[in-house]
Design a protein around this ligand. Structure first.
Ligand code: PRP
Ligand code: URA
Length: 209
């Protein structure tokens, strides 16, 4: 399935801001929020619309609006939470689920510690948000879990990806579409994206040491 590389100038400018190590959490969060909105805007290009009859101040007319398809945003904790407000600005009528994962420091394998999914998950189109796609382990495990609850197409939206993470999702879940504005060089020996932006969770929550 496709990898959509969204190299939009407005996104790249914000991405450069959040990469800078001196960018404080409040600026990091507001730029991440805007990038999330813009990525959802791109993801939504294939959303179906229906015609409805309305009345403008001038006349009656038939115009397009989103159809009744339900959406479910899934944030991978912690860092995925930073993308939820921006995503909601574009698609406010959506349910939200969270999956808590952290990476084992030695193996980099994801460890699930929390999962709360909405009741309408089975009939919703799933959009997973997580700023970082590094080894791809966390996203792949989240997709495994979600596929057990839902058979509709799943979209993964990441702010920054490593080639290793893209390859992992394509291998484990070739049916999943990926939207990302940047695919960086590589992972370092601690499985951080190079050049990357550091630890996204720490930078959003201000827990960086
Ligand atoms: C980050 C990020 C992803 C994961 C990506 O979470 O938010 O979920 O790393 O890495 P992977 O592709 O190698 O799995 P982290 O484990 O740092 O937890 P946090 O968001 O709570 O800081
Ligand atoms: N998780 C992050 O937050 N940053 C990375 O570079 C890799 C995983």
């Amino acid at each position: 399935m496709a990898v959509h590389l969204i190299e939009h100038p407005l996104i790249m400018t914000r991405l450069t801001r959040i990469r800078r190590k001196e960018t404080p959490p409040e600026i990091f969060r507001s730029n991440l929020d805007e990038i999330a909105s813009m990525l959802i805007y791109e993801v939504a290009r294939d959303f179906k619309t229906v015609e409805v009859e309305i009345e403008t101040p001038i006349s009656k007319t038939r115009q397009k609006t989103l159809d009744s398809q339900k959406f479910c945003l899934i944030a991978i904790l912690r860092a995925g939470l930073g993308m939820i407000p921006g995503a909601l600005k574009m698609i406010p009528n959506t349910s939200i689920g969270v999956i808590g994962m952290f990476r084992d420091e030695k193996t980099f394998a994801p460890v699930e510690y929390y999962c709360k999914l909405p009741g309408d998950i089975a009939e919703s189109r799933i959009l997973i948000v997580d700023p970082m796609l590094a080894t791809g382990g966390s996203a792949s495990a989240a997709i495994d879990l979600l596929k057990r609850k839902n058979s509709k197409p799943i979209t993964l939206i990441s702010i920054l990806s490593a080639p290793e993470g893209i390859a992992r999702i394509q291998k484990d879940h070739p049916d999943v579409e990926i939207f990302t504005p940047a695919i960086d060089e590589k992972l370092n020996d601690r499985a951080y994206i190079v050049p990357g932006l550091g630890d996204a969770g720490d930078r959003i929550f201000g827990t960086e040491v």
